[in-house]
Design a protein around this ligand. Structure first.
Ligand code: GDP
Length: 456
């Protein structure tokens, strides 16, 4: 039998080996997926850089690029032609599924990279957070222009804020792009000056030196994006990787296929015949045809009657796959968007109260005890209350700064307890990275994001 449920009866080790073998047999020839977010101060050149990269990697047609070139010329804004590539993708996306963060894809030799682009607007932190909760790796773009790096890096600038935020959401690999180096004549001195400042800051923010790289670029001229440096002013001192290499060199986060099954439900519809068709993402583990699973907080048991991916029938699907599943004879009240389908042998915790380590943004009124929020967890949106302010903690070191604070203002980092009125499925970040990140929103604005640290 290929059912993982029956495999688990064999022995756990055997089952895990089987899962991995099955995966390797079916997927070995395929490219790995990685989600990348691009962060940095407004005007650092993020859109230009990514637009140019998409173009150079053949992900934007000549025709579309020509159109942007013509239009930007007409408006006398030719320097924006690459940035528009991303805007268009964003708009096209917006017409389909609503998405705060525009998505594009880049294929490298070994990877399919989904760009979670964070458009460079002032109010983009709330948008960026939803991208960051899905990110595996990040590119931090800084503007090398004299004065510009400094204003982005000073207090109030977004360089620090973004770096701390992605780190708090568990992103540990960071490619720092020292951009617009054309504006300083490709000065090595300027490059080194910026690298030195960022290195010590990033270390404090909790990044390991070996997980951070620094790359000189110009998103506008295209220097060092997909080809080795050409500019003699740059080649005289730099022969390291270009941007595409940096992306190619990111370590692939392990597909957690040898963990217990967790599938997050993003849509439910009436299938043909009895029962329901449920679509979502397998976050961890393997799901096979005929497997028994537990659905949502009620933990009702159901059996997988059909399994499809991109409309093609499958016998098994794996962590990272976006799939549709038919579960017959299921009580519709027990399955909701945002709930989690889990392995009967190791079910997901169900709770109404948990502790999270959060970082606070954009609050008009400081967060106090009893503060109502909308909790976002994967596709789940659930009313919740901040029921305890346990401690204020240091953003970078995680040390407790103050126990039982009375309120939490912008830019604070804290341990809090959250309570929902209905039970929800949730995991600790330490146990299941995929299911341990949360966001708190109020009136459509993200005010905090963080990781689940304890489940009551
Ligand atoms: P974002 O806000 O970070 O997305 O930045 P944009 O991509 O919109 O770029 C902001 C401005 O910087 C635009 O006028 C760009 O043309 C300009 N720019 C972007 N990259 C470069 C670069 O590498 N060199 C120079 N000189 N200008 C750039």
């Amino acid at each position: 039998s290929r059912s993982s449920a029956s495999l688990f009866k064999v022995s756990k080790e055997q089952a895990l080996r089987n899962a991995r073998q099955l995966y390797e047999k079916e997927r070995a020839d395929q490219k790995s997926h990685i989600h990348m977010i691009v962060i940095g101060h407004v005007d650092a050149g993020k859109s230009t850089l990514m637009g140019h990269l998409l173009y150079d990697t053949g992900n934007v047609s000549q025709r579309v690029m020509h159109k942007h070139e013509q239009e930007s010329k007409k408006l006398g804004k030719q320097s924006f032609m690459y940035a528009w590539v991303l805007d268009e993708t964003g708009e096209e996306r917006a017409r389909g599924i609503t998405m705060d963060v525009g998505q594009s894809r880049i294929e490298t030799k070994t990877k399919i990279v989904t760009l979670l682009d964070a458009p460079g607007h002032k109010d983009f932190i709330p948008n960026m957070i939803s991208g960051a909760t899905q990110a595996d790796v990040a590119l931090l773009v800084v503007d090398a222009t004299r004065g510009e790096f400094e204003s982005g890096f000073e207090l109030g600038g977004q360089t620090r804020e973004h770096a701390i935020l992605v780190r708090s959401l568990g992103v540990n690999q960071l490619g720092v792009i020292i951009n617009k180096l054309d504006t300083v004549g490709w000065s090595q001195e300027r490059f080194t000056e910026i690298v030195t400042k960022l290195k010590s800051f990033l270390k404090q923010a909790g990044f390991k030196e070996s997980d951070v790289s620094f790359t000189p670029c110009s998103g506008l001229t295209g220097e060092n994006l997909t080809k080795n440096a050409q500019e003699s002013a740059l080649t005289s001192w730099y022969s390291g990787p270009h941007l595409l290499d940096v992306i190619e060199n990111f370590k692939i986060p392990e597909r957690a296929i040898d963990r217990p099954l967790r599938m997050s439900v993003s849509d439910i519809y009436k299938g043909t015949g009895s029962g329901f068709c449920i679509s979502g993402r397998v976050e961890t583990g393997v799901l096979c045809l005929n497997d028994k699973v537990l659905v949502g907080a009620s933990r009702e048991q159901a059996q997988v009657k059909s399994l499809t991916m991109n409309e093609f029938p499958q016998t098994s699907v794996f962590a990272g796959d976006q799939v549709s599943v038919t579960l017959p004879a299921l009580d519709i009240n027990n399955v909701t968007v945002g709930c989690i389908i889990s392995d009967p042998q190791t079910p997901i915790p169900v709770t109404t109260r948990f502790q999270a380590r959060i970082i606070v943004f954009n609050v008009k009124v400081p967060i106090t005890m009893g503060f109502p929020v909308l909790l976002h967890h994967q596709s789940l949106i659930e009313p919740a209350v901040v029921c305890k302010l346990t401690a204020l903690i240091h953003k970078s070191t995680g040390e407790v700064v103050k126990k039982k604070p009375r309120c939490l203002g912008n830019n604070s980092c804290a341990l809090v307890e959250l309570e929902t009125s209905r039970p929800i499925c949730i995991e600790r970040y330490a146990d299941f990275k995929e299911l341990g990140r949360v966001m708190l929103r109020v009136a459509g604005v993200t005010i905090a994001a963080g990781m689940v640290t304890k489940i009551r």
